[in-house]
Ligand binder design. Structure first.
Ligand SMILES: [Zn+2]
Length: 194
C-alpha cells in the first residue's frame, strides 16, 4: 500500500469538535436514518457537480486535503457542502482513489491539468496504479520535452526573433500588397494612362 503523503499541506484549523461516529452502518440508509449516520455522509460540490461519499472513506488518507481537517476550509454551513472550484471530470478519478485505493490516469486529460488537480488535493502522482503509471510517465516526459523546446525557441538571440517577426509580417501583408499591384499596374485604365 502506497502512502498518499502530501508533504506540504498548509496548517489546518484543527479538527471539528463533533466526534466522528465509529463504524457507521454503511449503505443502510433508511427514512429513519440517525443523525450520526447522516453526519458521516458528506457532499462534495465540485464546480456545481455534487459527489457524495462517507467521511471515513476520505479519512483513509489523512495526509491529503480531503482526508484531513484541511477540507474544513471549503465547508459552507449554509449548504452543508464542501465546495471546490476545481475540475469535476478529474475529481471523479480522485474520489475513486479514496474509494478503491487505486489512482488512475485518465488518458483524455491534459497531463498538466491532471497534475495540477493532484497537487491541489495533496495527492502525489507516484501512487498512480501500475495500469496507468507508464502512460502517465510517458505523457509527462513528452510534455516536459515540449516545454523545453518552447523554452529553447524563446531563447534565440533578439535579432533572430525580430527577423522572424518581420518575416511573419511580410507574409501577413503579402496578399494585400499583391492585390494593390494588380489594381495599379495591370488594370487596363492604368495601362492607358501611363
Ligand atoms: Zn489505471
Amino acid at each position: 500500500i502506497h502512502p498518499a503523503a502530501a508533504p506540504e499541506l498548509p496548517p489546518g484549523r484543527g479538527r471539528p469538535a463533533r466526534p466522528i461516529p465509529s463504524a457507521p452502518p454503511r449503505r443502510a440508509a433508511t427514512a429513519l436514518a440517525a443523525p450520526l449516520q447522516m453526519d458521516s455522509l458528506i457532499v462534495l460540490n465540485v464546480s456545481g457537480i455534487q459527489f457524495q461519499t462517507w467521511l471515513d472513506t476520505l479519512e483513509r488518507y489523512p495526509d491529503t486535503l480531503l482526508g484531513s481537517s484541511e477540507r474544513d476550509f471549503f465547508y459552507h454551513p449554509e449548504t452543508q457542502q464542501y465546495f471546490f472550484d476545481r475540475d469535476p471530470d478529474i475529481f471523479r478519478h480522485i474520489l475513486n482513489f479514496y474509494r478503491t485505493g487505486k489512482l488512475h490516469y485518465p488518458r483524455q486529460e491534459c497531463i498538466s491539468a491532471y497534475d495540477e488537480e493532484l497537487a491541489f488535493f495533496g495527492i502525489i502522482p507516484e501512487i498512480i496504479g501500475d495500469c496507468c503509471y507508464e502512460e502517465y510517465k510517458d505523457r509527462r516526459r513528452e510534455n516536459a520535452e515540449r516545454l523545453q523546446d518552447d523554452a529553447d525557441q524563446d531563447n534565440v538571440p533578439e535579432t533572430d526573433s525580430v527577423f522572424r517577426r518581420l518575416t511573419n509580417l511580410k507574409w501577413q501583408f503579402f496578399p494585400v500588397l499583391n492585390f494593390e499591384q494588380h489594381s495599379t499596374i495591370y488594370e487596363p485604365e492604368n495601362l492607358l494612362i501611363h
